[in-house]
Write a protein that binds this ligand. Structure first.
Ligand code: C5P
Length: 228
C-alpha cells in the first residue's frame, strides 16, 4: 500500500500558553513538531503532509526536513484551517495520486512510540478500513448537565480513550470528510458516522496529547529522562 501520514499541527495552543502555536513550542532543543515527526518517519510512509498555521510554513519545513533525514522529498507542508477537521481536509487535498492509505496524527502527541504506528498499519494491512489506537479509561466518568449537576454515571468498562495515529483507507476518509455535517474532534467519528466499521488497536500512555501546561512539563521530563 502507498501510505501517507497527515500530521495536523495547525492548532493555536491557547490552552498551553507556550508563547507560540503548540507544535512550535520546544520540548528540549527541538519543537513538539520535530519530536512528532521523528516518530512519523518510523512508519513506512510514502508521503508526509504537515499541516501548520498560516505563517509557519517555513518553520515547519525546516523542522520536517531535519526530522526526515534522507527522506525529505516525501514532505509536503500545507496551511491548516480554523478547526482540526478543516486542517485534516487541507491535508487531504495535498495527497499524491498513488496514496491509498492515510494515517492522521496529532503533532501534539509528540512522544507516540513507533509501535503504535506499527499496530495501526498492521490492522490496515489486515483489511480494516478504519483503525484507531485506544487506551482504557482510568477515571470514573459522569454525564453532567449545563448547570454542572451529575445526570448519570457512565460505565467506564464500555469506554475507551481515542489516540492517534488513526488509519484509514483513503477513499473512505475523503468521502467522510467531504460529507461531514458537523465538526468532530477526531477522524474516526466522521468515518463511523458515514457507516464504516472502526476497529481498535492498543494505544500507549506515551501517546498522550500535550494540551495543558502540566502535559508540557510531563513531555519535557520524558524527553530529558530518555534522550535518544
Ligand atoms: O486542539 P487539540 O489539542 O485537540 O488539537 C489536536 C491536534 O490538532 C493538534 O496537533 C493541533 O495542532 C491540531 N489542530 C489543527 N488545526 C486546528 C486545530 C487543531 O491542525 N485548527
Amino acid at each position: 500500500p502507498h501510505l501517507a501520514v497527515i500530521v495536523v499541527a495547525a492548532g493555536s495552543g491557547t490552552r498551553l500558553r507556550g508563547g507560540a502555536p503548540k507544535a512550535f513550542v520546544g520540548l528540549d532543543a527541538r519543537s513538539i513538531l520535530h519530536h512528532a515527526l521523528r516518530g512519523v518517519f518510523c512508519a513506512p510512509a510514502a508521503q508526509v503532509v504537515v499541516v501548520v498555521p498560516e505563517g509557519y510554513e517555513g518553520d515547519a519545513t525546516t523542522d520536517a526536513l531535519d526530522a526526515a533525514g534522507d527522506r525529505g522529498e516525501l514532505v509536503t507542508v500545507v496551511t491548516g484551517g480554523a478547526t482540526r477537521q478543516q486542517s485534516v481536509a487541507a491535508g487531504l487535498t495535498a495527497l499524491w495520486g498513488d496514496v491509498d492509505t492515510v494515517l492522521v496524527h496529532d503533532a501534539a502527541r509528540a512522544l507516540t512510540p513507533a509501535a503504535v504506528f506499527e499496530r495501526v498499519v498492521a490492522a490496515l494491512d489486515d483489511g480494516a478500513v478504519a483503525v484507531i489506537p485506544v487506551l482504557p479509561v482510568v477515571d470514573t466518568i459522569k454525564r453532567v448537565d449545563g448547570a454542572g449537576r451529575v445526570v448519570a454515571a457512565v460505565d467506564r468498562s464500555e469506554l475507551a480513550a481515542a489516540q492517534t495515529p488513526q488509519g484509514f483507507r483513503r477513499s473512505v476518509l475523503e468521502a467522510a470528510v467531504a460529507s461531514a455535517d458537523a465538526d468532530h474532534t477526531d477522524d474516526a467519528a466522521l468515518v463511523a458516522a458515514a457507516g464504516h466499521p472502526v476497529v481498535t488497536v492498543e494505544g500507549d500512555a506515551r501517546a498522550f496529547k500535550v494540551t495543558t501546561a502540566p502535559d508540557l512539563e510531563r513531555a519535557r521530563s520524558l524527553v530529558t529522562a530518555a534522550p535518544e
